[in-house]
Ligand binder design. Structure first.
Ligand code: BTN
Length: 260
């Protein structure tokens, strides 16, 4: 599909020299009642308080990484919206596969992107804006373009960067429109066909299939071998007795760590 055919459109990104967090910036605009249109994109040259999932911190290179957030709205039930960030992860994978960098990646459920078993992209979706019906989501995406000294030690795991694979990595300002095109294509497919429209591609590149994990959910603990993704985007675990259990929101997933 040609990106220009995509039905979902982004507005030209608003670039900020420095911001606490692009997610927080968009959320503050929403909270202040500012007009925030679906498809609005805020990107930052530098985030001073970049946020990761589960209350973590997102560190970026002062020499320039991709750190941006966009606003999205839907009339769909919020439960189905949970899979939108997975479509975004797939779009980042599409972007990273492009020449000249040609980086092969895998998607780690729910929405990380890994290169050589190390995280190269993280996505933080924050929701809850239900103004004038529908459901709004702020989706923040960080793609590591350049190495940051001490980052792996600080967060206790290896990270990957585009620079590791392609030293001539360009300016985020020039790269963002390319990534937005990839995102628009996957979001359009997701809007037309729902999670089913992306499930096959995601399963094909799913990291950790066959791994033994223990998922702690609000309903208890489930053990099993990662077998794939269910129709609602849940991780499917196959138990010793051969039965499949779907896990959606987990509070912890032991055995799902990337090897050091
Ligand atoms: C994760 O922990 O995997 C999620 C990381 C998300 C980082 C991005 S960078 C742009 C946006 N602003 C933030 O503060 N976080 C997200």
């Amino acid at each position: 599909m040609n990106p220009s055919d995509a039905g979902f459109r982004f507005f030209p990104p608003i670039w900020l020299e420095e911001v606490s967090s692009t997610n927080d910036h968009l959320k503050e605009l929403l909270a202040a009642g500012e007009s925030v249109a679906a498809g609005m994109v805020v990107a930052a040259r530098r985030q001073v308080r970049g946020k990761g999932r589960m209350g973590g911190v997102w560190q970026s290179s002062p020499k320039g990484d991709l750190t941006f957030s966009f606003y999205w709205r839907s009339d769909r039930p919020p439960v189905t919206v949970a899979t939108l960030p997975m479509a975004c992860a797939l779009a980042v994978r599409d972007f990273l596969a492009l020449p000249p960098w040609n980086i092969r990646t895998q998607c780690k459920w729910p929405n990380d992107v890994l290169a050589n078993n190390a995280k190269i992209c993280g996505i933080l979706a924050e929701g809850g804006d239900t103004r004038s019906g529908g459901f709004g989501l702020v989706v923040g995406i960080g793609v590591n373009l350049r190495r940051v000294s001490g980052r792996d030690e600080a967060i206790g795991r290896r990270t990957a960067t585009v620079e590791d694979h392609y030293p001539e990595v360009g300016d985020p300002f020039e790269l963002l429109p390319i990534l937005l095109d990839c995102l628009a294509v996957r979001i359009e497919i997701w809007e037309r066909s729902g999670f089913e429209g992306i499930r096959g591609d995601l399963v094909d590149c799913l990291w950790g299939v066959g791994q033994n994990v223990t998922a702690k959910t609000t309903n208890g603990t489930v053990r099993g071998i990662v077998a794939g993704l269910a129709e609602g985007g849940e991780l499917v675990l196959k138990g010793d007795d051969g039965t499949d259990t779907k896990v959606a929101s987990v509070t912890a997933l032991d055995g799902w760590e990337i090897p050091a």
